[in-house]
Ligand binder design. Sequence first.
Ligand code: WTA
Length: 640
Amino acid sequence: MAQRFDPPQNFSGNAHIKSLDEYRSVYERSVADPEAYWAEIAEQFHWHEKWTDVKKWNEPWVEWFVGAKTNIAYNCLDRFLGTPTQNKAAIVFEGEPGDTQTLTYLQLHREVCKFANALKNLGLEKGDRVAIYMPMIPELAIALLACARIGATHSVIFGGFSAEAIRDRVNDAECKAVLTADGGWRRGRVIELKKAVDEALADNACPTIERVVVFKRCGNEIEWNDEVDVWWSDAVADASADCPAEPLDAQHPLFILYTSGSTGKPKGVLHALGGYMVYAAHTTKYVFDLKDEDVYWCTADIGWITGHSYIVYGPLANGATALMFEGAPNYPDWGRFWDIVERHRVSIFYTAPTAIRAFLKQGDDYPNRHDLSSLRLLGTVGEPINPEAWLWYHRVIGKERCPIVDTWWQTETGGIMITPLPGAVTTKPGSATLPFFGIEPAIVDEKGEAVPQGEQGLLVVQHPWPGMMRTIYGDPDRFRESYWETVPHAYFAGDGAMQDEDGYFWILGRVDDVVNISGHRLGTAEIEHALVGHPSVAESAVIGTPDEITGEALVCFVTLIGGIEKSDALKDEIVDQVAKEIGRFARPKTVRFTDALPKTRSGKIMRRLLRKVAANDPSLGNIDTLEDISVLAQLQAEDE
Ligand code: WTA
């Protein structure tokens, strides 16, 4: 039986939700009458106009706070002006070369207003799409909030993506501008962001782009195109600091964020303003038991959903102090995070299991050299956490004092869906435990029938919630097909899961062709597409295999075009091809040459067999020479 950890009494005593009974009673209320529940929560925010209906649901299309008008930048900033919060730190920034910067709510408000006016002066308006490709610096948060303030829909592209990936995303969303920087710092080196944008835009490959706004971060040499490029500092120089937040319809598209699915190109997940705002803010407050005096640090990148919801919008909408970090966990050494926790007196720390596993491997000395006594709550997100990593986190980082919230959710869900509430729910290492308020998950088979307790099935959510994505940008059919048709009348997440005797959810990982590498989602179809872009590659099949640190790793089986020699140099080139098409973070761990890919008679690649090959499954005999795969496939086909 799994070990159990009760919430520490002194934590529960001060928590927003103090006991399992209290959690259950709020939860019951939230699902019995979701409209009343969410209306009550929404009342806590500022609305330029109130809603006529809390929810309109026409599967799979939902509208929350119908008819209402609001602005998330107003709710994150203006709402606190004239209150004691205005002089509180909104963003505490810690940069790689050691520079730190603090922006109070008042200062952040001013910067956002100025930049919002700068965007307007550059011709951007409500309804335009704006791509953001920036390092993890305060200006990135300012960029998001400035877009939100004027009603431009932002599409953040993670700084690790390549020029090709930028081009696809910019064109799919028909963005009118790109906000970027000359470079960003990583392990003492400059990541040349502007250069990647230039490459993406070269030869008029992104015809909708009118402007590229460049923040000067590293001072590295860049090319300049007077017709499009404008320095951030010039754009804000004459911009007024007076920029009232635009009242926007609650259904207004706040942002698009691309994520990988099992087939085809990445999907532009679209989130609508009102519902997303309420859900991101509400989950932040309760999952992290956020208090006025907390210093909250989420180590994600704003290029992913975790950074959107739990660095920028959720914390700021609660008037919290959020730490923002540019850099790597192991630079200058593996003590970097703990040094930051100590110096900034971080009280809430939220990171990915991959990072925890990497720290665990480095031993206890790094954290033990630092004073971590300010920590009171720990969290994880992005992939299943193995009990060994959980227990290490609990013991070495949390000193057995801090509850751990293992939070399951997705880009599509907007906010945390299954999680312990730290003052109320007993945790078990490896389980995300129970649903958040208003969320009704279930484990079913493909027909939508509930599977018996303790058995594996598909994780679905049965009713819409305010943070639910609205559509896939430009492809509503794909939204319906991907999420609402696998299982009838339920949102299908793509994950497998089981429920134990206490009703706790255990997330088992993706059941589709999505792999999770260090918490980064990648579609095998995307990687295969990148691989066949190499002139020597005829065909490829990509699978995820278990990896001690990164959770999963990519293994690519590749057949070469006739007459091409197999060589290690070619393998390196093929790996680089993925870096070029997608980004370095997506580089496969292994490339294996084979003469043929194993296929069923109907031509489907036998991935299960490839997984066995990758795992060196002894049931297959000696498979050192990969050419044997085709033989194996033949054998297997005869078996079937
Ligand atoms: C996985 C990240 C197990 C899951 C917020 C999901 C998790 C995908 C957990 C979404 C968790 C996320 N336990 N698995 N606590 N959290 N996942 O869109 O497979 O980048 O479908 O959103 O990550 O990844 P995404």
